[in-house]
Design a protein around this ligand. Structure first.
Ligand code: P6P
Length: 335
């Protein structure tokens, strides 16, 4: 008897029962994100044909203006988030200011979405995995005058968070606070199918992901940790293996499944690191914690950081709990 496939749509609707007060708005929002992910996936897969389709800014063989894929992805997710009427506004890596969703229905919409529509997009032209990262909050009060202040909630207030990885296969991984589940796109039926139920990350691992090209600009604490990773020690399976793709979602996803740590620390030139709190670090931090992992800025829990601005950066240490604890200890000991 062939194992019953559970699609993302079936899973979301089945899990809606976990939230007694849910009226289906969050479910609809998650389904809309799934649809946009399929549209973006189709275009990402064509990216390798850019010579045929035309570089961004050119006119392609269909006579259409070729958009940069991250611009295209941003448009698709904003359209999808607007279509269901559940989203009040979007904070996107691609937009300096908030993107209000001004359809009649969405005027009283409950949800706020933070999104990095296509992270690692510089890797597209060389066919390296890239990703979308999203984070969803409820509005605190539908009367509040400042939508912007509603976006500046701590990561602990998220109601859903997830990512899409456009890689050897395309996966959507998300949490609503009751564990982490992964869905793989089956192109033959155009559905995301449950392939990684209840993901738990290993307590420890032997993979570390950091751009060591920045070594000379790192703090003494991080330098000391990297030197520790390279020492030989049978009991702790060191030296660890260095794996750094240059695409956060791809490095995070591999480490989530196999065990490992990803670090984008503060550097001399970037004292707050490079990654963004609202639409990169908070969603991945919640997923990491829901899968048994940890996420820190090198001192404090990522999810406890009170955001001050939409595009605020933070250092990020994320992955297997024992590895993050060790790296943070080195970081604090050698301040
Ligand atoms: P660097 C991509 O630009 C990104 O935001 C992450 O996906 C990736 O891990 C990191 O930056 C790469 O940055 O400075 O190592 O090239």
């Amino acid at each position: 008897m062939k194992r019953q496939v559970t699609t993302l749509s079936q899973f979301i609707i089945e899990r809606q029962a976990d939230f007694p007060y849910a009226k289906g708005e969050l479910s609809r929002l998650l389904l809309d994100i799934g649809i946009a992910a399929k549209v973006v996936n189709r275009e990402v897969n064509k990216a390798g044909l850019v010579d045929i389709l035309g570089e961004a800014g050119n006119i392609n063989i269909q006579g259409e203006q070729v958009k940069k894929l991250d611009v295209f992805a941003n448009e698709q997710f904003i359209i999808a988030l607007g279509s269901g009427g559940e989203t009040c506004a979007v904070a996107s890596e691609e937009n300096e200011d908030l993107v209000p969703i001004e359809t009649l229905v969405s005027k009283n919409a409950k949800y706020l979405v933070c999104i990095d529509p296509l992270d690692g997009s510089s890797n597209i032209d060389v066919n390296v995995s890239i990703g979308t990262i999203f984070s969803i909050y409820r509005r605190k009060s539908e009367e509040s005058t400042s939508i912007l202040s509603e976006f500046l909630q701590k990561g602990t207030q998220q109601v859903a968070a997830g990512y899409v990885i456009y890689g050897s296969s395309t996966m959507l991984v998300y949490t609503t606070g009751k564990g982490v589940n992964g869905f793989t796109l089956d192109p033959s039926i155009g559905e995301f199918c449950l392939s990684h139920p209840d993901i738990k990350t290993p307590e420890t691992g032997n993979i570390y992901s950091v751009n060591e090209g920045n070594y000379m600009h790192l703090t003494e604490g991080v330098k000391a940790y990297l030197r520790w990773c390279k020492e030989s020690d049978k009991d702790t399976k060191r030296p660890y293996t260095a794996r750094y793709i240059g695409s956060l979602v791809a490095d995070f996803h591999r480490n989530l499944l196999k065990g490992g740590i990803y670090i984008y620390p503060a550097t001399v030139t970037a004292p707050n690191g490079k990654l963004r709190l609202l639409y990169e670090c908070n969603p991945l931090a919640w997923i990491a914690e829901q899968a048994g992992g940890q996420a820190s800025d090198g001192r404090n829990r990522i999810l406890d950081i009170k955001p001050e601005s939409l595009h605020q950066r933070t250092p990020l240490f994320i992955g297997s709990p024992e590895m993050v604890t060790m790296a943070v200890e080195f970081n604090l000991k050698n301040q």
